[in-house]
Unconditional design. Structure first.
Length: 414
């Protein structure tokens, strides 16, 4: 009888304790947390990306015209689907007026000569620092002021960092400007060469001019019926194109870095160059916004790429360099449980770049801090105990540990 009474009282006592803990929303009952595993926060590089499907397309179409008053096509030298190099012969036409065609070609050559000289002059001036600074000043995003700091060293460091950032921006913009000028120079020289060859052919035959391709690409269509253009080329230069949903469009901006991946090919790195402001679909469906991205590819890689190839493009939305990083699941309501002075307590954190595996902490938690491997809302701001791991003890100081208050408290908790 006594055993049954004791058993019944024990069960009632356990149930009462469980009920008290369950109903204790205010945390007035002390709890001891048993933490099986700890993790130390480390500094990591964190990338936050948006992955969207995309496809390789020709960068642009190149029309080749023949004005009806200039003459008529006498021989077509290519067919649809042909791949042509820049400067390759496309068709020959018989001129309607020799003198007029001669004057037009001569005027075109003189104009192109002047344009080539102007671009060459711009390239030489782009290398001068004073000119570069004046040309790019309005494009550089520089803060107007630097926040004053109580520590003079911090102010000096901030000033130096700002100066370095400005110099890097100037160098980058100058390099982009130089590349665009060199591209323009190559185009003008190609046009000049084609015009000179046409004039030479006219002088040689007296009535025929051979038109060459202004760019490398593929012949898309041919129209000899007198309509314009006579030939339409698809450029061999490829770009990455795709579409963004309304939610994705709000996250993406021009000049964001991208990395596109082919199934069995190389990774292509580049940036967003065009971003639609208007949707490509009707109002009855979800709005989709087109984007275009350029990329850099090595010569060997370029040979493996063709228009129409599908790929996945990662758009870099945010990046944190060597920031304290935790698992996203370890952050609850912008708070993280951490260890300090033998207790667990919550600390408010701000999150920067994050992905499925990492969340960069911008404030509230530093690298080196210890946090529970499994975060949750069940911890209280109370002491904690950990498993007994004898192999990790420093037995040379066991006597000090044995007599310490913390050791005895931990032993009693276990």
């Amino acid at each position: 009888m006594m055993k049954k009474l004791i058993l019944t009282l024990g069960i009632v006592l356990v149930l009462v304790n469980i009920a008290i803990l369950f109903l204790d929303d205010d945390g007035r009952v002390g709890r001891t947390n048993f933490i099986h595993k700890w993790e130390q926060v480390t500094a990591q590089d964190v990338k936050e990306t948006l992955t969207v499907p995309s496809v390789l397309n020709s960068a642009h179409e190149v029309p080749v015209y023949l004005e009806s008053e200039s003459g008529s096509v006498s021989e077509m030298l290519v067919e649809p689907g042909d791949t042509v190099e820049e400067g390759a012969d496309l068709f020959t036409y018989q001129v309607a007026d020799y003198a007029k065609t001669y004057r037009e070609l001569t005027a075109t050559i003189n104009l192109l000569d002047e344009q080539v000289l102007a671009v060459e002059q711009a390239i030489s001036e782009a290398g001068e620092s004073d000119f570069a600074a004046a040309a790019f000043a309005e494009d550089i995003n520089v803060p107007e002021t630097i926040d004053e700091s109580e520590n003079e060293e911090d102010t000096v460091a901030a000033t130096e960092a700002l100066q370095q950032a400005t110099e890097e921006q100037t160098t980058q913009l100058q390099e982009q400007y130089r590349i665009s000028l060199e591209k323009e120079l190559a185009e003008k020289n190609a046009e000049l060469t084609a015009a000179e060859e046409q004039l030479a052919g006219l002088e040689e035959t007296g009535e025929y001019v051979t038109v060459s391709s202004p760019a490398a690409g593929t012949v898309k269509s041919i129209d000899e019926a007198g309509k314009k253009p006579v030939i339409t080329l698809q450029s061999s230069e490829l770009v990455i194109t795709g579409e963004l949903t309304e939610a994705e469009r709000k996250q993406v901006q021009n000049a964001m870095t991208i990395e596109a991946k082919l199934d069995d090919g190389p990774a292509l790195e580049g940036e967003i160059t065009e971003l639609a402001e208007q949707p490509a679909t009707s109002a009855e469906k979800e709005s989709m916004y087109k984007f275009e991205a350029s990329y850099l590819a090595e010569y060997e890689q370029a040979d493996k790429l063709l228009a129409g190839y599908h790929l996945d493009t990662d758009i870099l939305l945010a990046y944190a360099s060597q920031a304290p990083a935790v698992k996203p699941a370890q952050v609850k309501n912008n708070q993280v449980w951490k260890m300090a002075n033998g207790q667990l307590f919550t600390t408010k954190v701000d999150i920067g770049a994050q992905n499925d595996k990492q969340a960069a902490i911008t404030s509230g938690l530093e690298a080196g801090a210890f946090i529970p491997a499994n975060q949750g809302d069940y911890y209280q701001n109370e002491p904690f105990v950990t498993p007994w791991r004898a192999q990790q003890m420093n037995w040379s100081t066991w006597s000090d540990s044995f007599t310490s208050y913390e050791f005895l408290l931990g032993l009693l908790d276990h």
